[in-house]
Ligand binder design. Structure first.
Ligand SMILES: O=P(O)(O)OC[C@H]1O[C@H](OP(=O)(O)OP(=O)(O)O)[C@H](O)[C@@H]1O
Ligand code: HPA
Ligand SMILES: [Mg+2]
Length: 167
């Protein structure tokens, strides 16, 4: 097949599914912040984390929302990640009371870097693969390592031929 990425399985997420799963994540995180259960801020890891971060912030009525941008580099076969935009320092501290949200943890490299900077933050993703699962405190759905997740912002509705094609 020529129209598939070189991954065995594809897991296609619609906007509706993402909305439901991000809401489920919010509900699971509700009241789990330190001290009085409240969260100080939500930080989305760009770009994919901005969608669930917005939904979590809306559900939990968190008005302080920031972003962190991580860029992955391939250098001599080793993927190196670098922070190219940090969140506001006075909000973050060591991460206590901060909810850091991403759409997915795969190998865990992205979150490993962010966790070094904010060791006391709570890390949450909507989806998780086994290699990176230990990097998050909270997630909703696990998929196998050889599954490629297709997010709604990377897809479009299109015509498909009927199974019994017209001669
Ligand atoms: O656990 P890892 O192996 O580090 O992979 C997971 C990260 O990879 C993807 O982001 P990507 O770097 O492709 O950027 P994007 O969010 O801007 O699409 C995804 O949104 C996660 O942030
Ligand atoms: O399964 C995935 N889907 C989309 N982006 C990704 N980045 C790492 N793994 C994935
Ligand atoms: Mg990302």
């Amino acid at each position: 097949m020529t129209d598939r990425l070189p991954h065995e399985k594809g897991f296609h997420i619609s906007w509706d599914q993402m909305h439901r799963d991000a809401r489920a994540l919010a509900w699971r995180l509700d009241g789990k912040g330190p001290d009085d259960g409240a969260w100080k801020a939500v930080v989305g890891i760009t770009r994919g984390g901005m969608v669930p971060a917005m939904i979590v912030a809306r559900e939990l009525d968190i008005r302080v929302v920031d972003t962190i941008s991580v860029k992955s580099y391939n250098h001599q076969d080793r993927a190196e990640a670098k922070v190219i935009k940090a969140p506001q320092e006075d909000i973050m501290g060591d991460g206590t009371g901060i909810l850091i949200v991403d759409d997915l943890v795969d190998t865990g490299k992205t979150l490993e870097l962010v966790r070094q900077l904010y060791p006391n933050a709570h890390f949450a993703t909507v989806y998780a693969k086994p290699l990176g699962r230990a990097m998050v405190e909270t997630f909703i759905t696990e998929v196998s390592q050889d599954t490629w997740i297709f997010f709604p912002w990377d897809m479009a509705l299109q015509y498909v031929q009927p199974y019994r094609g017209v001669e």
